[in-house]
Design a protein around this ligand. Structure first.
Ligand SMILES: Cc1cc2nc3c(=O)[nH]c(=O)nc-3n(C[C@H](O)[C@H](O)[C@H](O)COP(=O)(O)OP(=O)(O)OC[C@H]3O[C@@H](n4cnc5c(N)ncnc54)[C@H](O)[C@@H]3O)c2cc1C
Length: 348
């Protein structure tokens, strides 16, 4: 079997690696120049692999289930996975937020008193007296993972072609040729596939990269707050990603002053040393989402789409890639993910 994948963000790269690992011939077309995925949403992500935090944050059980499977995939395929879990904190006055969070999820350990917090994050112990540790969660640095997966694809015999930006007309021609030659086409263009997936929408997310000489955090920290929830993800060598806003908009323009103020205030509330940190980058990207915020593997005509990864791309992409491969190789079906094309339903 031969497959052409369009789009080299996390969805396309995981799919390419999974298929190539099964001996399938993979060609991946990506519009950006290297590093792969640098023009898409994946480049700005926190890289948290946090199925149980997502469950508490209003995520569907399906997200947690796929997330658990993906964590196993990451453990097998990515040697630099950071497996320190997630620390969830709330200010003393927001203690109810922590209780509410714990009620909605599983696999957490209650941390009571500064000593227990100090065991995990000594620098946060002075200002936070209670929290939750979700030890089974993990995180990756997207800007290391994307090139790693691209190289893995190459080693497995796949071909990644950069600088190929397909127009909708070129896509039609490519699909016609692929169909003639028995090639499968998988579209992983994220929001770039909106013309083919009219119910796809954008959810804007803004983030900051900060460098602190003083702080040494070891794991993602989520600070619960009724108005300004935030997370900080360590990237190593004093670099931290602070995120992220969630705005119903497909505007990928520069970070707004309001977002920067909110993210910086929340980071400062987590630890005042963030006040002295240097701002390395302010970034904004748009998450591709379907109306129910759940991912889909959808067939439109001759093209398969893996899309709607919303705020869970790194958490879900391996599980979706694995299912896509099982569908192509063994004809298995996954009704929870494979939705009919609404346009075709209207025509029926
Ligand atoms: C601030 C922020 C923080 C986030 N944090 C997390 C997190 O901690 N954990 C998590 O799991 N998820 C997180 N996400 C969500 C995650 O980033 C997305 O779900 C994921 O990136 C979607 O991946 P994708 O491959 O579908 O799309 P994209 O990453 O957008 O990739 C699509 C690719 O297709 C290419 N492309 C588009 N059009 C064409 C074309 N015509 N021809 C050729 N190539 C094309 C693009 O260049 C791009 O590389 C976050 C998102 C944001 C914005």
């Amino acid at each position: 079997m031969q497959v052409t994948i369009i789009g080299g963000g996390i969805a396309g790269l995981c799919c390419g690696v999974e298929l190539a690992g099964r001996g399938i011939g993979v060609e991946l077309l990506e519009r950006s120049s290297p590093p792969p995925g640098s023009q898409g949403c994946s480049w700005c992500a926190g890289g948290m692999l946090a199925p149980w935090c997502e469950l508490a944050d209003g995520g569907e059980p399906l997200i947690a289930e796929l997330g658990r499977e993906s964590l196993a995939w990451w453990r097998t395929h990515y040697p630099d996975l950071c497996s320190q879990g997630t620390l969830v904190l709330a200010a003393a006055r927001d203690r109810a937020e922590l209780t509410h969070f714990a009620q909605r999820t599983q696999h957490w350990r209650q941390l009571e008193g500064t000593a227990q917090i100090a065991e995990l994050e000594p620098q946060l112990a002075e200002r936070h007296e209670s929290g939750l540790h979700l030890a089974a969660e993990a995180h990756v640095d997207p800007r290391r993972v994307l090139p790693f997966l691209a190289e893995r694809l190459r080693v497995l015999g796949g071909e990644l072609r950069h600088g190929v930006e397909l127009t909708e007309d070129e896509l039609v021609t490519l699909v016609e040729a692929a169909t003639r030659h028995g090639r499968v086409v998988i579209d992983c263009r994220g929001l770039g596939a909106r013309a083919a997936l009219p119910d796809l929408r954008g959810v804007r997310g803004e983030m900051l990269l900060l460098h602190s000489r003083e702080l040494r955090l070891h794991r993602p920290v989520r600070l619960l707050h009724p108005r300004l929830p935030l997370y900080v993800v360590p990237r190593g060598e004093g670099v931290y990603l602070v995120g992220a806003t969630m705005i119903e908009s497909d505007d990928a323009g520069a970070v707004t002053a309001r977002a920067a103020l909110e993210l910086l205030s929340a980071a400062y509330a987590l630890h005042p040393a963030f006040g002295e940190a240097r701002i390395l980058e302010l970034g904004a990207q748009v998450r591709p989402a379907f109306p129910d915020n759940l991912p889909q593997i959808r067939r439109v005509g001759a093209v398969w789409h893996i899309n709607g990864l919303y705020r869970h791309g790194f958490l879900l992409a391996p599980a979706l890639a694995w299912r896509m491969a099982e569908m192509l190789q063994h004809g298995r079906s996954y009704p929870e993910l494979t939705h009919e094309d609404p346009a075709q339903r209207r025509l029926a």
